[in-house]
Design a protein around this ligand. Sequence first.
Ligand SMILES: Nc1nc2c(ncn2[C@@H]2O[C@@H]3COP(=O)(O)O[C@H]4[C@@H](O)[C@H](n5cnc6c(=O)[nH]c(N)nc65)O[C@@H]4COP(=O)(O)O[C@H]3[C@H]2O)c(=O)[nH]1
Length: 508
Amino acid sequence: LAGHFAATSFIRHQQARQLAELTEVVLRRSEFAVDFAAASLDDLAGRGFANCEPAALQAVRLHVYQRSAIKDVRLVNPDGSVICSAYSETLEFDKGWVDRADMLASRDKKLFLFRVEQFGGDALGVLRDIDAKKALVAILGVNASLFDIMPAELRAHSEVLLSLNNGEKLGEFVLDADKALPFPTDVEKSSARYPMRTTIRVERAVLSTWNTEAYWPAMAVALGLGVLFGVLSARSRRMEGPVADLDRALARHEFKPYFQPIFDLETRAIKGCEILARWQREDGSVVPPMNFIPLAESSGRIQAMTWHLLERALSDLRPHLRANKDFKLSLNVVPKHLLSAGFVETLRRTVLSARVSTRQIVVEVTERDELDDLARAAAVVAELRDYGFRVAIDDVGVGHSGLSRLKGLGANTIKIDKFFVDTITLDASTTTIVEMLVTLARDLHMTVVAEGIETEEQVRALMACGVQEGQGYLVGAPLPVAKFIELLGARCNKGVGKPGPVSTALVA
Ligand SMILES: Nc1nc2c(ncn2[C@@H]2O[C@@H]3COP(=O)(O)O[C@H]4[C@@H](O)[C@H](n5cnc6c(=O)[nH]c(N)nc65)O[C@@H]4COP(=O)(O)O[C@H]3[C@H]2O)c(=O)[nH]1
């Protein structure tokens, strides 16, 4: 009975977690769309197009044409009334245009959101103050496909909604709009940055069948856990702290750089690689980074580990880096380390003493944790770039920062998370997001790298969105140095320029 109870509550807990994650995804995508609109308006204002001159309006129309999510751009007075519109004919379709007083303020005090009713449908107005006399408004079609994320079993029994904090609906994904869901349960998340929230509404009855195939495994786990708990608690009394383990491993140089190729999607030429840490224990077992990076970070060991990995990687790949000056080596750096005193100087010294050009080193900063002090981070990025280093923002799209923050950072490259690559061939919503990212990257003169590419189909979909570089098992998993060099050699002998078949991929 205890096993049954544990298994059922495990499944309920899993379901609640999955629904909360899906709601979070919808919220992130919606924030992303607003970020995109705001960045587009900033770009127009920065280029001096916030006026009604025919040449400016023509430039704005071109801008709108290139961004399918943005339907129109208007110049407005401080009270919100329209001065002129990129597409003046759309003005007559407006069904009520709200005053400034009825627009909702964002955390960024120069950005307001409101609902626009157009063509009988809902759209989102994003107002950006330019100066005391004028503001720009982007009308954003909150594409229903942005929310097309529900698993197949739930699609017909759920709704995905986006609304403003005043309750007005901005967009929804519903299979049958005429049919209300019987006995729904709601999971809701509000944005911290924008006055809006997302809701996933699911028919309660389908939850009793969703994922219940996990019942017997969960039951087995529940029973097994009882035994394990006894064993573990006995063992933990004998165990030393895990931080001591880390220190010992550092002293014994057990942290090894593995290398994952970064390739040109069209030619499949290997343009560089990312260093990914592995802990190679004395007994030969290999521990993945997620099992020790968080601890290394919280215990302050991440800095020593990062420098060790870089030195080792530079020495492993020095002949290749010196022979091929276009080859780039990417290193993961956590925000805290990036902002620590002496980071740039130590990096420069380490790279120069290996006699490698700073131009070949890419500092990858993860965006998963919020970069609290954006101004300081931007100053460090500027200093790095002055010395010739390149800077990439990792995990874009799943992290905490908005695109406007990314823009302020001044990095060279955006890395699109595997999360988006996984679904790009499955749902239209991912394509919309990736297209937005690529457009924005192009505006900001940034390059885009997609992570976690496993299939040719994904390569084709990413290329169609304008992505040029990627990494993933399709060409190579993270490899120990000998295997990585073997892969580089095999590629050179084969000659690049033609897509490499999957058979040339190596696994660690
Ligand atoms: N299923 C699948 N997975 C793929 C594919 N291509 C790449 N991956 C995995 O995706 C992760 C990409 O690295 P990341 O986003 O930088 O994410 C990294 C990075 O954030 C962190 N990390 C790894 N090494 C270091 C390090 O030296 N320093 C720091 N600070 N973080 C590190 O740990 C994360 C996880 O690293 P890994 O486990 O090596 O996982 C790597 C890589 O092995 C694919 O086609 N399919």
